[in-house]
Design a protein around this ligand. Structure first.
Ligand code: PBG
Length: 328
C-alpha cells in the first residue's frame, strides 16, 4: 500500500501517538559525567573555553558526584591535574598521593556502589611535555609507555575505580592493562577502551581544562587520522581481542558513521565521547542567542544514541538529566 491509502503523517498527529511510536530514547542511564580534579587549588576554577565547567579541588568532587547520583546519572569519569609533572608522568601512578587515586577513594567512601567511577587512563596530564607516553628523541615510545599504563591501571584499581579508560592510543595498551590488572588481583576491573580516537581539533578546550597541550609537536603519530574509517574498525577489533569490555568512538558528532559501523559490526557496549569542542560550539552559539541550547543538546544526544551509542560522555550530562526530568 502507498499514498493515498498509506499516510505516514497519521502517526505524527498528537504527542500521545508520537510517544507510542518513538524508537530511540535518551535516558539519564546513558550519560557519563566528566569531572576535572586539580591538586592544590582551594576553589573551583572556571574553564574559559567551556562555560559551566570547572576544575574542582578534591573536596568539591564528592558533592559534584553526589549531585550526579541525585540526577540519576550512573557514572562519572575523572581527569586529574597534578601539582607535579615530570618526564615519566609519575603522579599518574602515585598510589598514596596521586590526585585521581585520592579522589576515587573519597568518592567511593561517600557513595560506594551508588556511582560507577571511571578513571581516564593516560599520561598526558601528568607529563611535563604533555604527550601521552614516554618521549625519546622527540618520539613517543610505545612499549616503554605500556609498563607505565599498566602501573597506572593497577594504582587506579587499588584506589577503587570500577572502570579504567585508556585514552593514549598506544598499540597493545588494552592487553598490557588487562595483564597488569589480572596479575595484581583486579580481575573484575573493567576496561573501557578509547579505541577509535582520532587526532581532532575538537579537543582543544579540554586541553585548556586539563593543562595537557603537548609542548612540542602534536598527537598525530598515535591518535588516528580521521580520514580512515576502516582503520578505526581495526583499532576497535584489536581492543576487543586484547580484552576491552567496552569500546569508544571519539569525538562523537562528526563521527556518527563510526559509531554506527562499530555497533553493527561488533555489538559491544559502545561509548561515544561528545568532546569539549562539541560542547563549546553549542555553548557559544547559545550565549549569542542563536540556538536553543536545550533542544540542540537533546537532539544531539539522541542522534548519538540513534547512531548506536549505549553510553555518552558529555559535559552536558547534568543539564541533560535535568531537561529529561522536566520532559521535552
Ligand atoms: C587524553 C584525553 C583527551 C580527551 C580525553 N582524554 C585529550 C587529548 O587527546 O588531547 C579529550 C576530551 C575532550 O576533548 O573533551 N587524556
Amino acid at each position: 500500500m502507498s499514498y493515498p491509502e498509506m499516510r505516514l503523517r497519521r502517526l505524527r498527529r498528537t504527542e500521545g501517538l508520537r510517544r507510542m511510536v518513538r524508537q530511540i530514547r535518551l535516558s539519564t542511564d546513558n550519560l557519563i559525567h566528566p569531572i576535572f580534579v586539580q591538586e592544590g587549588i582551594e576553589e573551583p576554577v572556571p574553564i574559559s573555553s567551556m562555560p559551566g565547567v570547572y576544575r574542582l579541588p578534591l573536596e568539591g568532587v564528592e558533592g559534584d558526584a553526589e549531585e550526579a547520583v541525585e540526577l540519576g546519572i550512573p557514572a562519572v569519569i575523572l581527569f586529574g591535574i597534578p601539582a607535579h609533572k615530570d618526564e615519566k608522568g609519575s603522579s599518574a601512578y602515585d598510589d598514596d598521593n596521586g590526585i585521581v587515586q585520592s579522589t576515587v577513594r573519597a568518592v567511593k567512601a561517600r557513595l560506594g556502589e551508588k556511582i560507577v567511577v571511571i578513571t581516564d587512563l593516560c599520561l598526558c596530564e601528568y607529563t611535563s611535555h604533555g604527550h601521552c607516553g614516554v618521549l625519546k628523541d622527540g618520539a613517543v615510545i610505545n612499549d616503554e609507555t605500556l609498563k607505565l599504563l599498566g602501573q597506572t591501571a593497577v594504582s587506579q584499581a587499588k584506589a577503587g575505580a570500577d572502570i579504567v579508560a585508556p585514552s593514549g592510543m598506544m598499540d597493545g595498551q588494552v592487553y598490557a592493562i588487562r595483564q597488569a590488572l589480572d596479575d595484581n588481583g583486579y580481575p573484575d576491573t573493567i576496561i573501557m577502551a578509547y579505541s577509535a580516537k582520532s587526532a581532532s581539533a575538537f579537543y582543544s578546550p579540554f586541553r585548556e581544562a586539563a593543562e595537557s597541550t603537548p609542548q612540542v609537536g602534536d598527537r598525530r603519530s598515535y591518535q588516528m587520522d580521521y580520514s580512515n574509517p576502516d582503520e578505526a574498525m581495526r583499532e576497535i577489533e584489536l581492543d576487543i581481542e586484547e580484552g576491552a569490555d567496552m569500546i569508544m568512538v571519539k569525538p562523537a558528532l562528526a563521527y556518527l558513521d563510526l559509531i554506527s559501523r562499530a555497533k553493527s559490526l561488533f555489538g559491544y557496549p559502545t561509548a561515544a565521547y561528545n568532546v569539549s569542542g562539541e560542547y563549546s560550539l553549542v555553548k557559544a552559539a547559545a550565549e549569542k542567542g542563536w540556538i536553543d541550547e536545550k533542544k540542540i543538546v537533546l537532539e544531539t544526544l539522541t542522534a548519538i544514541r540513534r547512531a548506536g551509542a549505549d553510553m555518552i560522555l558529555t559535559y552536558h550530562a547534568k543539564d541533560a538529566a535535568r531537561w529529561l526530568r522536566e520532559g521535552k
